[in-house]
Structure formats: structure tokens, C-alpha cells
Design a protein around this ligand. Structure first.
Ligand SMILES: Cc1cc2nc3c(=O)[nH]c(=O)nc-3n(C[C@H](O)[C@H](O)[C@H](O)COP(=O)(O)O)c2cc1C
Length: 293
């Protein structure tokens, strides 16, 4: 998959309609990733589902989505934008992941990203990504059912990221996305209760950037497939840090809330200026550069 620039939209932020994905393309993203879609429609959790903390957002939205049969309309429309379209999929079994992935690719997705890392919905997401045998089965079944690249999005909420990354690649993952949100909670002192209706959610934004970079750095030394860095990127310096750790592309989510879709153009411009200033010809020359002896 070739990208005009190394920036991509992260799943779950403005990714539920072709119209909002179009705004992200106008903002300069090199690829777009949809909100995670499942086999059946899901309402998600009741409010509050997102809480702003001093260092980032905690969300437990509960994977609201219209289901793949309805979502194919958006895929067909978003396919007309001139950037690769990656559909994020989830399921409650390996068969479900494979079915949703096939429908997404049949509708025109250029790749699928497996959400095996959502930290707040039972029996899917990170409950799959934290279990090596189940994860391998999901990746194998999806690979067998689609002829397009399969990205596996990893959870940081595991003891050993490297083990999980190796399981995913041995099962056939074409690329790894690292990371999804970090399990977190916020409690209101006045009510003395957790703020989110689901109580526990996932932290995103600048607070998780050093964790995400550590994950990319660790994985890079053990896998050969491309790694897409994600977590707390707000400017070009953050993006370059991820690339130096080993990422070939990066995803941006939470920062869009403060900076708007033009964050993609600003980050790309900054990366290009950095490469020029340092005498590099392409991003590939700096992927994993911080690992040299
Ligand atoms: C409101 C919200 C919804 C999200 N929904 C999804 C989702 O549906 N699927 C997924 O794989 N990740 C989802 N994520 C995680 C992001 O894609 C990303 O991995 C995470 O937020 C870290 O990147 P960031 O700090 O740039 O936001 C969501 C994040 C937020 C804040």
C-alpha cells in the first residue's frame, strides 16, 4: 500500500461517515481508517462516554456503529477519495471478524485493520488481542478470507507487547498498528463515583505518547512487517519520534479535536522540513534510526 504521506486517521475519530472521512482527506491525511464496524449494529454505551482529563481523553463509547451491511454505503462513497481506505473491523469470534472484513473488502476497502485492542467492550477487542491463541485464529481466518492487507491494532494493556506482536505476524498480519488506548478511570470527587457510565475506559492523547513510542520501539526489534505508530501525536516532532522508534507511518486521533483536520498537513509539512534539514531523501531513511548502535 503506497501513501502520499505517512499520516493516517486513527480509527474512531470522525470515521463513521464518508462525509467526515472526506474532511480528513481535505485536511491532508495520507490514508483514512474508519470507525470500527461489526457484523450487527451497536448502540454503544449511554452517556457520559468521554471525559476530558488534564492529560488526555478517557473514552468508553462502547463501539457504536451501524453494522457492516449498512456501513458498506459509506465505504463505497469513501472509496472515491484519492487515498487508501482502511476499514477497522471487530467481531465476537474469528468467524465474525472474517465475515465483516470480507464484506468491507468486497465494498472496496483497500485494507482492513483488526480492532483486537478496544479496552471497554466484553468478549471482543482487547479480550481477543490479549489471548495469543484466539488472536492467531482471528488473524488467520481474516487473512484466509480477504485478498487485501490485514493490519492488526495492538493493545498496550498486555504484559508483553513483543509476544503479541510476534503472534500476530506469525499468523499473517501484514502490518501492526501500535497502540490503542490505555485502560484508565476518572472519579468525580463530588459524587464519589466513576464518571463514565462504563466506569473504565481508554486513555488517549499526549499522556500516552511515551508509552506508545516504547511499544513501537520494542516491537520494531522483533518483527519485519511495517509498524504504524499511534498515540498522542499532535505535531511533527511527535511523528518523527515515532518514525525514529520504528514506525513507517503514523495515525492521529485525539489531536484532531484541538487542531482540526489540517493537523495532517501541518505534520506532513513538518516531517518534510525535518528530512530536508537533516539531509534525508525520504521517510524510509529514518525508520527505526534510533536503534542504531
Ligand atoms: C472517542 C474515541 C473513539 C475510538 N474508537 C476506536 C475504534 O472504534 N477502534 C479503534 O481501533 N480505536 C479507537 N480509538 C482509539 C484510537 O484509534 C487511537 O488508537 C487512540 O485514541 C490513541 O491515539 P490518539 O492519542 O492520537 O487519539 C478511539 C479513540 C477515541 C478517543
Amino acid at each position: 500500500m503506497r501513501l502520499a504521506n505517512p499520516t493516517m486517521l486513527a480509527s474512531g475519530i470522525l470515521g463513521l461517515s464518508a462525509e467526515s472521512l472526506g474532511n480528513i482527506v481535505k485536511g491532508g491525511a495520507g490514508a483514512i481508517v474508519t470507525k470500527s464496524v461489526g457484523l450487527k449494529p451497536r448502540k454503544g454505551y449511554s452517556n457520559p462516554t468521554i471525559v476530558q482529563t488534564s492529560c488526555g481523553l478517557i473514552n468508553a463509547v462502547g463501539l457504536p456503529n451501524p453494522g457492516i451491511n449498512e456501513f458498506v454505503k459509506e465505504i463505497r462513497e469513501a472509496k472515491n477519495f484519492n487515498v487508501p481506505l482502511i476499514v477497522s473491523v471487530y467481531g465476537f469470534s474469528a468467524e465474525e471478524y472474517a465475515k465483516v472484513a470480507k464484506k468491507a473488502v468486497d465494498a472496496g476497502a483497500d485494507a482492513v485493520e483488526l480492532n483486537v485492542s478496544c479496552p471497554h467492550v466484553r468478549e471482543t477487542g482487547s479480550e481477543i488481542g490479549q489471548n495469543p491463541e484466539v488472536l492467531a485464529e482471528v488473524v488467520r481466518k481474516v487473512k484466509a478470507s480477504v485478498p487485501k492487507p490485514v493490519l492488526v491494532k495492538l493493545s498496550p494493556n498486555v504484559t508483553d507487547m513483543v509476544e503479541i506482536a510476534e503472534v500476530a505476524t506469525e499468523a499473517g498480519a501484514d502490518a501492526l498498528t501500535a497502540i490503542n488506548t490505555v485502560k484508565a478511570i476518572a472519579i468525580d470527587p463530588e459524587t464519589a463515583m466513576p464518571i463514565l457510565s462504563n466506569k473504565i475506559g481508554g486513555l488517549s492523547g499526549t499522556a500516552i505518547k511515551p508509552i506508545a513510542i516504547r511499544c513501537v520501539y520494542e516491537i520494531y526489534e522483533h518483527v519485519k512487517v511495517p509498524i504504524i505508530g499511534c498515540g498522542g501525536i499532535t505535531n511533527w516532532q511527535d511523528a518523527v519520534e515515532f518514525i525514529l522508534a520504528g514506525a513507517t507511518a503514523i495515525q492521529i486521533g485525539t489531536a484532531i479535536a484541538q487542531k482540526g483536520p489540517s493537523v495532517f498537513k501541518a505534520v506532513t509539512r513538518g516531517i518534510n522540513a525535518y528530512l530536508k534539514r537533516k539531509g534525508f531523501k525520504s521517510v524510509n531513511e529514518i525508520v527505526g534510526l534510533s536503534h542504531r548502535n
